[in-house]
Design a protein around this ligand. Structure first.
Ligand code: T46
Length: 131
């Protein structure tokens, strides 16, 4: 599978830069939630789940990290290290995050409110459901 990456428009002038994420424009869904991940300890793996319904876009706004994406058939890895590039995380894609730099901050916009029942946190269950 190919990672779906979105290049955002960067607004800038002599003062610096700005990226705006608007729903159904820069991001391909209506945004209902925003969260960010930071202070991840060295060697840690995060994610390790899939979502049943939620769509997300992840942007590494500081530092870098890697994502493993698995659609149940193929796996791919992608490095996020740009403030103007987002990775689309569609439902039923198993994803894991690793190799976090110390200064890594990942901003995520999501199509749904937090709901633990939307998560598949067991890989065998994911493989059962994705078939
Ligand atoms: C994802 C990847 C990219 C909440 O209470 N509200 C929230 O909106 C979120 C996202 C999490 N939580 C709670 C649930 C856990 O008790 O925060 C705790 C840490 O969440 P989790 O272990 O799921 O974090 P990550 O970094 O493994 O995964 C997160 C998102 O949860 C997930 O949706 O796709 O980032």
């Amino acid at each position: 599978m190919q990672p779906n990456l979105i290049d955002f428009s960067v607004r800038g002038d002599e003062r610096g830069y700005l990226v705006a994420l608007e729903e159904n424009k820069d991001v391909p869904f209506a945004i209902r939630r925003v969260y960010y991940i930071f202070g991840t300890q060295a060697g840690v793996r995060r994610g390790t789940h899939a979502h049943r319904r939620t769509r997300q876009v992840a942007v590494c706004v500081s530092g870098s990290c890697k994502f493993l994406l698995d659609d149940g058939g193929t796996r791919t890895e992608v490095q996020l290290d740009s403030r103007d590039r987002g990775l689309v995380l569609e439902p039923m894609i198993w994803h894991e995050m690793f190799d976090f730099s110390q200064d890594c901050v990942v901003l995520v916009v999501a199509s749904d409110l937090y709901d633990e029942s939307d998560y598949i946190r067991n890989y065998d269950e994911f493989m059962e459901e994705v078939r």
